[in-house]
Design a protein around this ligand. Structure first.
Ligand SMILES: [Zn+2]
Length: 114
């Protein structure tokens, strides 16, 4: 199941904070957003190739899918960077703080009584 299946309408508020730490840079991006689907967070390492991650999928699978209200996670970039002689793993680390509020959804029992 993905966002496209209609998971988003139950979300009232969603905030995503992405802290990127790598060689020569460190920055925080704040997303008070609802337009997460298909959003690809790019790696901040200018030498990184194929890095970053799919923010929408990440938020869905680690939080929204289970209707959790808060989650923090950290992981390494999956991209590669060119060094003098070879390709090596990108050393960027991402730290995410995600909080969500949901609209009330009637329980099965309430729906049956309505
Ligand atoms: Zn990277």
């Amino acid at each position: 199941m993905t966002f496209a299946d209609g998971a988003l309408p139950t979300i009232k508020k969603l905030t995503v904070e992405i802290h990127s730490i790598g060689e020569g840079f460190e920055r925080t991006d704040l997303y008070p957003l609802i337009e997460l689907p298909n959003y690809h967070q790019r790696c901040r390492n200018p030498r990184c190739r194929g890095g970053g991650f799919d923010l929408g999928e990440m938020v869905y699978w680690t939080l929204l899918g289970s209707r959790s209200t808060k989650n923090e996670l950290s992981f390494a970039c999956s991209g590669f960077q060119e060094s003098a002689q070879q390709m090596e793993d990108c050393d960027t680390q991402f730290e995410l703080k995600i909080t969500a509020e949901y609209n009330d959804v009637p329980s099965v029992k309430e729906a049956a009584l309505a």
